[in-house]
Write a protein that binds this ligand. Structure first.
Ligand SMILES: [Mn+2]
Length: 466
C-alpha cells in the first residue's frame, strides 16, 4: 500500500474522519480552543493542528498545553474565562467519556487521539482509528498528517512534525530499521525517507530512544530528543537554561515549531542535527536544553550506581533507589538496569526508583523479565494508598509488565506513611511468594507475582495457579 492509499482507506473505513474533515473545511471565521498533551508528540500535533486550522481560515486558534494528561471540564472553564469559542479540539490527551461533559462549555468538541478508550463517548466527535478501526499503534501526529493530507493541505513542516511524533512516541526506530506497522505507518515513513534522506542519516552517539544498542542513532532521533529536552517530555523535566527566558517550556517549543514553517522548504537538505536547529530563529533553545539534558543524563546514570539489592521475589532480584526531585529517572533507570543486575551477578530483576517530587512521591519500576508484573504492582500500591488517603484523582498507578509508575501528586499523603504502605506490599509479596496462607488468597498479590512462576509456592503448592 502507498501512503495515499492509506489516507483514502481511512477516509472510507473511518466513520468519523470525513466528519472531522468537514468541520475543518467549514472552519472559516470561527474561534478554536485547542488542548494538547505537553509531551513531544502532543506539541508537534498541536503545531500541525494550529497550522492546518489557520490554512483553513480559522479566525482564532488558542493553544493550551497543561501539565496533566486528562482534560477536565474545570481546565476548559478556566481557559475560557467567560469568553466563547465555536470549537474545542483535544489532541493526544486520551479518549475519555469526559469529552461529552465539555459540550456544555463549547458547542462543538473534536477528540483526535491514539490512546485506549475509557468509557463510552456519545456526543463528542472522536477520530481514534486505533480504537475505532483497530489500527496498529501510531502517534497522534500521524493522525493529524492523515487529516491534513485528506484536506490536501500538508507542508514540509507537517511532514517533519509527524515524523518526530512517531519517533517520540516510540512508534518507529529508524536506527535499527523499525519503520512501523506494514499496513499503516510504514508506507508514510518510506515516502518521508525518500523526501528527507538527511533525517534518516546515521549519527554517532545514542539518544534516550536507543535502548537496544548505545553506539549510534539517526538525525530524527536526535531531533526528537531535543524536543523532549525543551518541552520536559510530558514529565515537566524543565531545565533552567537562559534561552527559555522563563517561558513555559512546552509552549516555547510550540512557538519554535510554528516559526519553522517559513524555512521548512529547506528541510530536504538537512543533513545533521546542527543543520536542523539552524533553521529556527532561536536555535540556541535546542542546543542549550540538549546540553543540560545530556549533563543531567550522565549525572543520573552515575547516581543510580548506588541502587541497592532489597529482596528476591519469584527469582527476580529487586533493587531499590531513593532520590529527591531527580529528572529523567525512569528513562535512565530502564537503561542501567542490566548493568546493575550484572554487578550483583543476577540475570533477572527489577529496579524500584522512589523519587520525591515537588508535590508527592513518584514510584517508577522497570523490569527486565516477566516474573513480577510491575504495572500491577503500581496499580495495587495506588489502590492501597487511595484506600488510606483518598484522592483517587491525585494518587494513580499502573503500567505494563516491565514498566510501571505510581504517583501521589497533591494528595498530601505523608512520605513516611506512603513508604510504610509500600514496604507492607513488598512484605505481603514476599510471604505470598513463600506460599503463606493468608497472602495467597489475595488475587492482587498473585497477579503481581506474574505469569512466569518459578517459586516453590507455585511449583509445590497443592493447587496449581494459572
Ligand atoms: Mn501521543
Amino acid at each position: 500500500m502507498t501512503y495515499r492509499e492509506i489516507v483514502e482507506r481511512e477516509a472510507t473505513e473511518s466513520k468519523t474522519l470525513p466528519v472531522v474533515a468537514e468541520r475543518f473545511r467549514g472552519i472559516s471565521g470561527r474561534k478554536v480552543l485547542l488542548f494538547s498533551h505537553d509531551d513531544p508528540d502532543g506539541v508537534v500535533t498541536a503545531s500541525m493542528a494550529a497550522r492546518l486550522l489557520k490554512r483553513c481560515g480559522a479566525a482564532e486558534v488558542e493553544v493550551h498545553l497543561p501539565p496533566t494528561f486528562d482534560l477536565e471540564p474545570n481546565e476548559v472553564r478556566e481557559a475560557l474565562s467567560g469568553r466563547s469559542f465555536d470549537l474545542l479540539i483535544s489532541l493526544d490527551k486520551g479518549t475519555s467519556s469526559k469529552a461529552d461533559e465539555l459540550i456544555a462549555l463549547v458547542p462543538d468538541v473534536i477528540v483526535i487521539d491514539h490512546h485506549y478508550q475509557q468509557g463510552e463517548i456519545q456526543k463528542a466527535l472522536v477520530y481514534n482509528p486505533c480504537v475505532q478501526n483497530d489500527r496498529p499503534y501510531c502517534s497522534c501526529s500521524y493522525l493529524l498528517h492523515i487529516l491534513s493530507s485528506l484536506l490536501g493541505r500538508t507542508s514540509p513542516a507537517d511532514d517533519c512534525d509527524a515524523l518526530v511524533g512517531l519517533k517520540a512516541d516510540w512508534v518507529i526506530d529508524p536506527t535499527i530499521g523499525n519503520w512501523g506497522a506494514e499496513e499503516f505507518v510504514r508506507p508514510f515513513v518510506e515516502e518521508m525517507a525518500e523526501r528527507y534522506p538527511g533525517l534518516f542519516r546515521k549519527t554517532p552517539g545514542a539518544t534516550l530512544f536507543d535502548v537496544t544498542q548505545r553506539k549510534e542513532s539517526v538525525v530524527l532521533s536526535k531531533i526528537a530528543q531535543a524536543y523532549f529536552a525543551v518541552s520536559g517530555g510530558g514529565f515537566q523535566y524543565f531545565f533552567p537554561v537562559p534561552s527559555l527566558n522563563g517561558g513555559q517550556p512546552p509552549r516555547v517549543l510550540l512557538e519554535a515549531l510554528l516559526s519553522l514553517d517559513k524555512k521548512a522548504s529547506r528541510l530536504p537538505e538537512v543533513d545533521s542535527p546542527q543543520d536542523f536547529f539552524s533553521l529556527f530563529e532561536n536555535g540556541d533553545i535546542f542546543r542549550e536544553c540538549l546540553a543540560a539534558f545530556e549533563q543531567e543524563w550522565r549525572r543520573v546514570t552515575k547516581l543510580l550506581e548506588i541502587a541497592t539489592p532489597l529482596v528476591e521475589l519469584n527469582g527476580s532480584q529487586v533493587l531499590i533507589f531513593f532520590s529527591d526531585r531527580l529528572r529523567l529517572l525512569p528513562l535512565v533507570g530502564g537503561l542501567v538496569l542490566e548493568t546493575l543486575l550484572a554487578r550483583e551477578g543476577k540475570e533477572n530483576g527489577l529496579l524500584i526508583m522512589i523519587n520525591r517530587e515537588e508535590h508527592g512521591i513518584h514510584f517508577s519500576l522497570r523490569a527486565n523479565c516477566d516474573r513480577i508484573h510491575v504495572g500491577k504492582f503500581c496499580g495495587t500500591l495506588a489502590q492501597r494508598l487511595v484506600d488510606l488517603f483518598g484522592h483517587p484523582d491525585q494518587i494513580t498507578g499502573g503500567g505494563h509488565i516491565r514498566a510501571g509508575e505510581c504517583r501521589t501528586r497533591r494528595s498530601g499523603a505523608p512520605y513516611f506513611e506512603v513508604l510504610r504502605v509500600f514496604f507492607q506490599l513488598v512484605e505481603d509479596l514476599v510471604r505470598c511468594d513463600r506460599g503463606e496462607a493468608e497472602t495467597t488468597a489475595d488475587p492482587a498479590l498473585i497477579e503481581i507475582l506474574g505469569p512466569e512462576r518459578i517459586s516453590p509456592a507455585a511449583n509445590n503448592g497443592k493447587e496449581s495457579r494459572k
